[in-house]
Structures are given as C-alpha cells and as structure tokens.
Design a protein around this ligand. Structure first.
Ligand SMILES: [Mg+2]
Length: 420
C-alpha cells in the first residue's frame, strides 16, 4: 500500500503589506496598508498588516474609511512586480523541502512532503522548519494547513491554521467527522455567499450535511434548482465535503510540461476603461511569460478570458489567437492579448481577467525568424529576468510601467486583487 500523502498549503499572512514591512524595517511597529491613490483617499485597501487589522482596517474598504479608524497608518502603493519576485523567492524555499511545489496564488502554494519526511522529520516539524526559514529569509509569516490532499490542506489552512497561535493545523482523514463536518457550509472551500444561500435553502447548512447526502440525491436536489448541467457541480461539492481529492501537487517540470501556463486576476473593483484594463493585461502577460521563460517553454496560442462584473448574469468571453511562431516574450504576448481583447470586448465592466499560453513547446526548438526582433527581445528579457532573480526588486521597470500605463496604475490605484 502506498503511504498516505502529506500535502501542505502554505499561505503568506497579509502578503503585500508584509512584503512592504519586510522591505521597510522602519515600519515594523507601524500599521501599514497597501492601497492605491493615497492622495485622493478614494483608493481601495488591497492589504493591511496585522497591526492595521487590529485597528479595524479591512481589505476592500476605501482609504478614507481606513483613515478614520487608523489615522497614523502608513499608506503604500502596490508594487506588484516586487510581490511576484518575493513570491518566487518563497517558492524556492519550499523547493528546498520538496520538488513537488505548486503555486496556487501569489501568496499560497501547495507542497507535497510525502517523500521528504525521512530527511526533514514529521509533517509538523517540516511545517515549523518551513515557517522559520521563510520568516528568516523574507520576513514573511506563513501559515500552513497540513493534510492528506490539496483540498483538505486548503481548508485546514483557511479554517484553523490562520487562527491558531502557531499558524499550523493538521487535518487527518479521521478528523473530518469531528472537525470539518460541524462547520457551516460557508466555510467550505469553493462555496461563496451565493452558494451558501442556495445550500441553506436546500436545508444543507453544514459541510457534514453535504458530505452525508448520497451523491445521487445531492445531484437530484441541485438539478431541481440549477438544471441537469449542475451534476458536475454537485459532485464537486460532495467530494470537497468528503475530503476526496486525488489531484497531485503538480509542479511545472521539464519531464511533465504543462498543457498551458496561465494566470487569472480577480479585480478589486469593476474595470471599464481600456487604459486600466491594458495595465492588467500587461501584468498578466509579464507573469505568464516570466513563468514560461523560467521553465524554458514557449507558447503558440495566446488566450484571453474576461468575466463581467455581474456574476448572476454572466458576461464575458474567452478567445484565443494562434501566433505565427511560438513565443514567451512579454511584449508579443501583450500585443496579441490587447488585439484579441479589443476585438471581443463589448465595453461592459469587468471583474476578472486571465491570460494563458498554450500549445507549448520547448524554448530552444523554435524557428528563428529573420523578420522581427524576437532574438533581441529574448536576450533582453532573459537578462532582466536574471537581474530580477538576483536582486529581487523593482530594479528594472518596464518603460510602460513608468510612463503611460504607470500613470494609469496610479490613477486606478487598484492593480492587483488576487491571483487565482
Ligand atoms: Mg494570504
């Protein structure tokens, strides 16, 4: 029999704010918030450090409200590229414990340590050691959910590790009945406000209620409300409630190249202006290309997905564009993404944007094209990546970030949100 897996979900506390505090030691004892538009006070709080949170500041409220609660707060503009670099540095720390590390968002990553125990000790010892190492090397405090699958590790982290004093929580298969099932259904992974209301109306108010409903029955109940296409969702919720998840922690390795490399961003407010949206498209292109370059892959197809602001009446699109030659050059992916976007966008406000590269091929095998600046771009970008890796800072800023789009960042002030 295969040994039971040990999977962790490591989450960085108040990630953007913690990055800023670590980079500015003089703010150690000050409440720090990351927000756009500090001058106008209409900006939205993207992150607040624990000291600011203790004063009542919450994310997503306006700067004005935050100031009323905490007038001495230090306000910082978001530096997304810097946070991406810190996130990658933290990935490297996790990789020193296991080669199975999968980033889930900018501040959350899965680590499979099943095979690491003979070297590093028990799951709890490994988690403590990871916590210490990340704290020492980056100044960031991590919380770890420890379990036997990704979905249970995620819930262990969100429901308990984030609230425990030591930031750690262990959730075994045998704990589900006593610990997970009594929880209200809104605490379940993937269940938001809207689904909570639906489940409550169906008489399913705890996670255990969903887990203990036979799957066929749950499908039947959900069909009455959502139609027959809801079977797949019924099964998903049922599996989460029962802690059934075999999906591997899947790092991007050369042996198992991913089918696509993509990133999605949920925006902190509705985005309706093309110039603001372009800033997000650039950040996404940069992130996706940086990841592709990091693993030596190029993509032949660029996809852009956009989702409207009204979740109840879904709007948006998902379209793709086949490139003449595969690429992992940010400017080329960005240009293709903007072109695609402008062809299909109906001007309605957006809440979510994503970009991905697919039809991936090995970065070394591409055809040299004599008709563009690809080679030059590639050399330039590899150099800047190396510098960023080395100095881990905004040492090199894209021209566009400091000019037009950069001003858009300042104006909009709310680039970021969460990487999903
Ligand atoms: Mg976090």
């Amino acid at each position: 029999m295969k040994p039971e897996r040990v999977v962790m979900l490591a989450d960085c506390q108040s990630f953007y704010a913690s990055c800023e505090k670590a980079d500015n030691p003089q703010w150690e004892t000050k409440p720090v918030v990351v927000a756009g538009d500090p001058e106008r006070r209409s900006g939205i709080i993207l992150a607040a450090c624990p000291l600011a949170k203790a004063r009542g500041v919450t994310t997503a409220e306006t700067l004005r409200t935050a100031f009323e609660k905490c007038p001495e707060a230090v306000i910082v503009r978001p530096r997304m590229q810097y946070y991406i670099n810190v996130s990658m540095q933290i990935t490297e720390i996790y990789r020193s414990y296991s080669n199975l590390v999968e980033p889930y968002s900018i501040d959350e990553q899965f680590i499979d340590v099943t095979g690491s125990q003979s070297l590093f000790g028990t799951p709890l010892q490994i988690a403590r050691s990871i916590q210490e190492k990340v704290r020492k090397e980056t100044g960031i405090y991590t919380r770890l959910g420890i379990s036997y699958s990704k979905v249970t590790a995620k819930m262990a982290c969100d429901l308990w590790a984030k609230k425990n004093r030591d930031g750690l929580s262990l959730l075994c298969k045998t704990d589900l009945l006593e610990k997970l099932w009594p929880m209200p259904v809104n605490k379940m992974f993937m269940v938001g406000n809207r689904m909570t209301a639906h489940f409550n109306a169906m008489g399913l108010s705890t996670i255990g209620h969903i887990a203990q409903t036979p799957l066929a029955k749950l499908k039947q109940i959900m069909r009455q409300k959502f139609g027959k296409n809801s079977d797949i969702h019924a099964e998903m919720y049922w599996r989460i409630a029962n802690g059934l998840d075999d999906s591997p922690v899947a790092p991007y390795t050369h042996e198992q190249p991913p089918k696509q490399v993509g990133h999605q961003m949920t925006l902190p407010r509705d985005y309706g202006k093309l110039e603001d949206i372009k800033v997000i498209l650039l950040e996404l292109s940069e992130l996706v290309c940086q990841r592709c370059r990091g693993i030596g892959l190029m993509g032949g197809v660029v996809s852009v997905g956009a989702m409207g602001a009204n979740y109840d009446k879904p709007t948006g699109f998902h379209r793709q564009f086949k490139m003449t030659d595969p690429t992992n050059v940010t400017n080329q992916v960005y240009d293709a993404a903007v072109k695609l976007f402008m062809e299909h966008w109906d001007n309605s406000p957006l809440r979510k944007l994503g970009i991905s590269l697919s039809e991936l091929s090995n970065g070394e095998q591409y055809q040299v094209s004599l008709f563009d600046d690809r080679e030059k771009f590639r050399a330039l970008e590899q150099t800047t990546d190396a510098l960023k890796r080395k100095y881990g800072n905004t040492i090199i800023m894209r021209a566009v970030s400091v000019t037009a789009a950069g001003q858009a960042i300042d104006r909009a002030g709310k680039i970021g949100g969460h990487y999903l």
